[in-house]
Design a binder for this molecule. Structure first.
Ligand SMILES: CC(C)(COP(=O)(O)OP(=O)(O)OC[C@H]1O[C@@H](n2cnc3c(N)ncnc32)[C@H](O)[C@@H]1OP(=O)(O)O)[C@@H](O)C(=O)NCCC(=O)NCCS
Length: 406
């Protein structure tokens, strides 16, 4: 039977969730009232075969912080699935096309996603803009250098934690390149779903200075205490610090929980200070480094004009969109960076660099220098000076970091 792609009605959200569960190999519960999935239903799309939703996808509206501290509107792609019986027939391709055109129509500057697998999205014009490190520390092998702090860590109940974390996160994410906003409806369930963090093992702490939240951590205690021996592990699930002091104070707390043998954090920034807080930095073991936020420009001109650059300079880049040749994405753009101003305009000058939308997505927040992608033959430069200029312009002050899985 022929499949067709269409948006869903408000009344079809539960069916959408059920279908996405099929795609992920899970039987997802119907959404609770007010759940995030109820938001922006007109941006949710399905492929239909007979009465069945056989592929799903959606955009949420989020914000992305870019170098210089501005935020741009991002279409955040989520719930991408195709039912196992309908795979490799081009349904994802149709859904991605719909989502990108939707982003373009609504004026999103970029499209972003977090991927279940690393091999899917470059063909659709996305590149890896931020990465994460998963780290683990065996407690008995090292000590944390005691912090000089003015405040104190307080344990709070989840409903209190959420209220304190929400505004704190909103402040912190505006200061961190690569961070994406967490919509209001994201918090209640997406933040700590019970299948990810068992309610009886979940703890929330806040670091406060003069009664004001400066840091927040959410962790689970996993592992057991059996026959007089403990194997409990502190699994850090969310970590938000507004200052180096808050960061130090929270790690200090997390590393000094009695009856635990180890601490593990699944998404630390690549430039985390954690190893440098230890008496033996080697004991902060990196268990893995992987892609986190995938990004593609939708409106390249607005995207490149919204950010600042690390120094003054001029460069012309040519961007291709091998997926759908989106007019707003592809073309030649001249970036001019001067102290206090940045411009990006379309041009017909010869390009210094030629790259796909995905390669631009990868360099755009400073997560990888252009010269690395040139070495990997993912972009081309007209000459050596152009490479030097591109590296200097796109250089990041800090490693970009996205915080939020969606
Ligand atoms: C990933 C998934 C959505 C692909 O759907 P699909 O309808 O089979 O994809 P399509 O047939 O449209 O394939 C489009 C292209 O992507 C490629 N592709 C699809 N799945 C891929 C994967 N897992 N890894 C690498 N490439 C993949 C196809 O080979 C095809 O490539 P081509 O256009 O170069 O020939 C589907 O396999 C799925 O639901 N997986 C489980 C849930 C999941 O991981 N979703 C992604 C969440 S971020």
């Amino acid at each position: 039977m022929e499949t067709s792609v269409r948006t869903i009605a408000d009344t079809e959200v539960a069916r959408f969730v059920h279908a996405a569960g099929y795609g992920f190999g899970d039987r997802w519960e119907p959404p609770a009232p007010g759940a995030w999935v109820d938001a922006e239903v007109d941006r949710a799309v399905v492929a239909v075969d007979g009465d069945d939703f056989v592929a799903t996808g959606r955009n949420y509206t989020m914000e992305l912080t870019v170098p210089g501290g501005a935020t741009v509107t991002a279409g955040a792609v989520s719930a991408i699935t195709t039912r196992p019986t309908h795979r490799r027939r081009g349904l994802l391709r149709q859904i991605m096309r719909w989502l990108l055109l939707d982003s373009c129509d609504r004026g999103d500057v970029v499209s972003i996603l977090t991927a279940s697998e690393g091999g899917i999205y470059s063909r659709f014009g996305y590149g890896i803009a931020t990465r994460i490190a998963s780290v683990a520390i065996q407690r008995h092998l090292t000590e944390l250098v005691r912090p000089q702090t003015r405040g104190a860590v307080r344990m709070v109940e989840p409903e209190v934690g959420i209220e304190l974390a929400r505004p704190l996160f909103d402040r912190v994410r505006r200061d961190r390149v690569g961070a994406v906003s967490r919509p209001e409806a994201w918090w209640p369930v997406e933040w700590a779903p019970p299948e990810w963090i068992a309610p009886r093992r979940r703890f929330d702490v806040v670091y406060e200075v003069d009664g004001q939240p400066e840091g927040y951590a959410l962790y689970a205690l996993t592992g057991e205490w059996t026959a007089g021996h403990t194997e409990k592990v502190v699994e850090v699930r969310d970590f938000v610090a507004a200052s180096p002091e808050a960061e130090h104070a929270l790690w200090n707390y997390l590393l000094h929980i009695d009856q635990t043998v180890a601490i593990r954090a699944w998404n630390t920034p690549l430039d985390t200070s954690l190893p440098w807080l230890l008496s033996d930095p080697r004991q902060c073991r990196t268990e893995g480094v992987r892609d986190f936020l995938w990004l593609r420009p939708v409106d390249t001109e607005r995207f490149l004009a919204a950010r600042t650059y690390a120094q003054a300079g001029d460069i012309v880049i040519e961007v291709t969109d091998p997926f759908i040749e989106l007019e707003a994405t592809a073309g030649r753009f001249r970036i001019t960076s001067r102290p206090g101003t940045t411009t990006c305009v379309r041009t017909d000058r010869d390009p210094d660099l030629v790259m796909s939308a995905g390669a631009l997505g990868a360099i755009s927040l400073g997560g990888v220098p252009p010269s690395v992608l040139i070495r990997a033959q993912q972009m081309a430069a007209s000459n050596a000076a152009a490479i030097e200029t591109a590296d200097a312009l796109f250089r990041a002050e800090r490693e970009p970091f996205a915080f939020t899985w969606f």
